[in-house]
Design a protein around this ligand. Structure first.
Ligand code: GDP
Ligand code: MG
Length: 309
């Protein structure tokens, strides 16, 4: 048995979530065509007869601009140092930029073995691949350079094969059916945030944080009124109660999220609920509140809460 942690690293939009979702065969991370939807990392686990690969989906890496990003950077470095292997994902259709140079500099400081995964090869001509490989080979020592298409699944079995070569002999660390172990709260908060961004991104690009306060799973039988017959306790019959708070920085932001007659928050809640029901496989009762907290991004207590959820 082999088992270990693999960190996925790369600029926003290179396809980290797509790769993770395709490798795991089920949606656990969030896919979006808008950058930076993955603010907090989500773990995914692939259990096969050979062992277990534990993927860490790192948040988008950028220069530290304010407190939140600096703290995220520390967290990213910690993730990279403690992983067995780092997969640097790049987008074959994008030219090398500042963001890439920053990531390369970061990786030079870290001794963990690295793979270069050149993604979206379905969008480029074969001839343009070789210069790209040469360029990266000069920048950093990669144990493997693998061209892939995360979307189509090209070379993903090869990638899995190569990953196993770098994992230590170890017993499985998680249950066979674990897919997402980063606490469910992360995942839930990210899904809610994604729905908010989808609807109000133009008005409120980066001013929302979601904190999941409460998750409670109960079977429908326990909510039956007297006289009713209990139903079988199959997973579909379970209800998960979720209560979450959306933090915004200004009163007018709160009004935007709530919308006219509460229509916006209702839509956000409904879409989040539908996706959560699909992912968690239970019925969901979702309670959303919107709170104004000025400068939440500079509030260490709130950041701690959100990072620890
Ligand atoms: P992340 O920000 O790194 O997690 O990137 P996402 O996984 O959200 O992907 C960003 C966008 O690139 C989405 O629209 C994906 O559908 C698209 N994408 C990801 N991988 C591929 C690929 O291999 N080929 C193509 N054509 N598109 C891809
Ligand atoms: Mg993502």
């Amino acid at each position: 048995m082999k088992c270990g942690y693999v960190a996925l690293i790369g600029r926003p939009n290179v396809g980290k979530s797509t790769l993770l979702n395709n490798l795991l065969g089920r949606k656990v991370s969030i896919i979006s065509d808008k950058p930076q939807t993955t603010r907090i990392n989500i773990l995914g686990i692939k259990t096969t007869p050979r062992g277990q690969i534990i993927f860490v989906d790192t948040p988008g890496i950028h220069r530290p601009l304010h407190k939140l990003n600096k703290r995220m950077m520390d967290f990213v470095e910690y993730t990279l140092e403690t992983a067995e292997l780092i997969c640097l994902l790049i987008d074959a259709t994008q030219s090398f930029g500042h963001g890439d140079a920053f990531v390369i500099d970061l990786l030079k400081k870290i001794s963990t073995p690295k793979f270069l995964l050149i993604n979206k090869i379905d969008l480029i001509k074969k001839e343009s691949l070789l210069p790209l490989i040469d360029r990266y080979r000069e920048l950093l020592e990669f144990k493997e350079i693998i061209p892939i298409s995360a979307l189509r699944g090209t070379n993903l079995p090869l990638l899995e094969e190569k990953i196993y070569e770098y994992l230590p002999e170890s017993e499985k660390l998680y249950d066979d059916d674990s897919i997402s172990v980063q606490s469910q709260k992360f995942l839930i908060a990210e899904i809610i945030r994604e729905k908010i961004l989808h609807h109000v991104r133009d008005e409120l690009p980066y001013v929302t944080a979601v904190y999941v306060e409460h998750i409670d799973q109960e079977s429908q039988a326990s909510t039956l009124k007297t006289g009713e017959l209990p139903q079988s306790s199959s997973p579909e019959k379970k209800i998960t109660h979720i209560r979450a708070t959306i933090f915004v920085e200004k009163e007018n932001h709160r009004k935007i999220i709530i919308g006219r007659r509460g229509q916006m928050i209702k839509t956000i809640g409904m879409q989040a609920r539908q996706e959560l029901e699909f992912i968690l496989g239970t019925k969901i009762f979702l309670e959303l509140r919107v709170k104004v907290k000025e400068k939440w991004r500079d509030s260490p207590n709130l950041l701690d809460l959100i990072e620890q959820q």
